[in-house]
Design a binder for this molecule. Structure first.
Ligand SMILES: [Zn+2]
Length: 217
């Protein structure tokens, strides 16, 4: 009996040791295999550039209120722009593409990351491996649905307060297509403004011709 108990205990200890070993290997392997590109240093320029129309009505002008690597624009949102569009302002597709995801049923919002998943949005697949994300839209304002083809400049919804907002604004980013609406952003350039800075007022001047999209991988 004692011998049985001992061997049982020994087996349990061995099993626990094996579990710990397997678990630790499983936990550390992805880290050791991670490529340096997965977490680039802030000073490392990414190779992607998109030349886009500003995502609002022709001739209208709005200010940049937040750019890159500051405030809430870290990690996946690192290359985003915030613009000071007032509530109810129409937003438009920055380039031609196909609508991939939409949400406009949220009325929850607040000034903190705990509201991050409550945002209304339109995600437009630019059909080149990248999406455009238009974020913080008004509830019941989205006029397109997944699968719809859109042209540059086409109105797709209106700005509102949804999700993580500390004041009404449009959050815009170009991101690598992934299975979520929230993916890794990449650097983007607008047709008239290669490097908009915080506080700068931007006028959408590209009105007749659709915005062109150039990805330089
Ligand atoms: Zn933002």
């Amino acid at each position: 009996m004692v011998r049985h108990l001992l061997s049982g205990t020994l087996l349990a200890v061995l099993a626990a040791l094996a579990f710990v070993l397997v678990s630790s290997v499983g936990a550390t392997a992805p880290l050791s295999n991670a490529s340096p590109q997965a977490h680039p240093a802030p000073t490392t320029p990414a190779p992607e550039v998109a030349e886009l129309s500003l995502p609002w009505e022709c001739s209208a002008a709005y200010r940049v209120t937040q750019t890159h690597d500051v405030g809430s624009h870290k990690g996946l949102g690192r290359w985003a722009f915030d613009f000071d569009l007032p509530e109810g302002t129409p937003v438009s597709a920055p380039a031609a593409g196909e609508v991939r995801m939409v949400r406009d049923d949220s009325t929850r919002h607040g000034c903190g990351p705990e509201f991050g998943w409550d945002a209304n949005y339109v995600v437009i697949d630019l059909l080149n491996g990248y999406d455009a994300l238009l974020l913080h839209l008004e509830a019941d304002s989205v006029t397109v649905k997944p699968g719809d083809k859109v042209e540059a400049g086409q109105v797709v919804g209106r700005v509102g307060n949804s999700g993580w907002v500390c004041g009404t604004h449009l959050h815009f980013q170009i991101q690598r297509s992934c299975s979520s609406w929230w993916c890794q952003s990449v650097p983007a350039e607008f047709a008239d403004y290669p490097a908009p800075s915080t506080g700068q007022e931007l006028t959408r001047g590209v009105c007749e011709a659709p915005g062109t999209v150039v990805m330089a991988d």
